[in-house]
Design a protein around this ligand. Structure first.
Ligand SMILES: NC(=O)c1ccc[n+]([C@@H]2O[C@H](COP(=O)([O-])OP(=O)(O)OC[C@H]3O[C@@H](n4cnc5c(N)ncnc54)[C@H](O)[C@@H]3O)[C@@H](O)[C@H]2O)c1
Length: 244
């Protein structure tokens, strides 16, 4: 592992209390970043903070609902107040654990998915991108999904939000890449619920699920200077997905 690639950088990660967000925080801590960890789950945030701090990171935590723009702005102000800047934004917070035929979903369900998965990503991005442009360096990494590429049955509203996140990524990259801000999307396939365990899966030619750590490794690479010529991409991390 290339360590300390992120020394001197400040990374804000949403949905950092568990799953892919937590694994990303752990790896970024090892790579030397200052961290602002955002989630609704305060207990999980405290554990994530202790873990990252034990790896040597300076860490702030924020209980923030990413779908509430005022809370997003306050979180960005709080982070910049302590760390001075935000260099890396990982828009990872998302809701997805519901499977229902579209005809049984309600418009309130759609609005919550759109609010968290799409608007949360847009609110945080707008709140940080000006500073990145002013400094001439930034990384925005949005977490999409293979559902946003192929569409998942019984997840139509979720799939719509992730398709929108992918399109948002590509469009924004065209505006800001020449200013030094690289914008990419990471789209996982099936991911195990337990951090480094894999489970058999018929959904990929690899025959297994991915892990939080495998996703975190890709996210950290995109956040680093090693990824300096990559922008506007949606990178699937799915073990060669069977397009069902
Ligand atoms: N796990 C998978 O199989 C998979 C596959 C494709 C894409 N993804 C995407 O990856 C991302 C992370 O997935 P995961 O499986 O680690 O998720 P998870 O459900 O395990 O964790 C998501 C985290 O986001 C937080 N969160 C939810 N709503 C929030 C809000 N409004 N404000 C702030 N925090 C909020 C939760 O509290 C939780 O800590 C999501 O965007 C998800 O859509 C996951």
């Amino acid at each position: 592992m290339a360590e300390l690639r992120l020394k001197g950088k400040c990374a804000l990660i949403t949905g950092a209390a568990t799953g892919i967000g937590l694994a990303t925080a752990q790896r970024m801590a090892l790579e030397g970043a200052d961290l602002a960890l955002v989630d609704l789950d305060e207990e999980g945030l405290e554990k994530a903070k202790a873990d990252a701090a034990s790896k040597g990171a300076r860490v702030m935590t924020f209980r923030c609902d990413v779908s509430e723009e005022d809370e997003v702005k306050a979180t960005v102000r709080g982070t910049e107040g302590k760390f001075g800047k935000i260099d890396i934004l990982v828009n990872n917070a998302g809701i997805w654990r519901r499977y229902l035929p579209f005809s049984e979903t309600t418009s309130d369900m759609w609005k919550r998915y759109i609010g968290v998965n799409l608007l949360g990503t847009m609110y945080f991005t707008r709140a940080v991108v000006g500073g990145m442009i002013a400094r001439g360096w930034g990384r925005i990494i949005n977490i999409g999904s293979v559902a946003g590429v192929y569409g998942n049955a019984n997840m139509a509203d979720y799939s719509a939000t992730k398709g929108a996140v992918i399109a948002f990524t590509k469009a924004l990259a065209k505006e800001v890449t020449e200013k030094g801000v690289l914008v990419n999307c990471v789209s996982p396939g099936s991911v195990s619920n337990v951090q480094d365990q894999v489970e058999p899966s018929q959904l990929s030619f690899a025959g297994r699920t991915g892990t939080h750590t495998e996703n975190a490794n890709l996210i950290c690479f995109l956040a680093s200077d090693e990824a300096s010529y990559i922008s506007g991409q949606n990178i699937q991390i799915d073990g060669c997905r069977k397009k069902m």
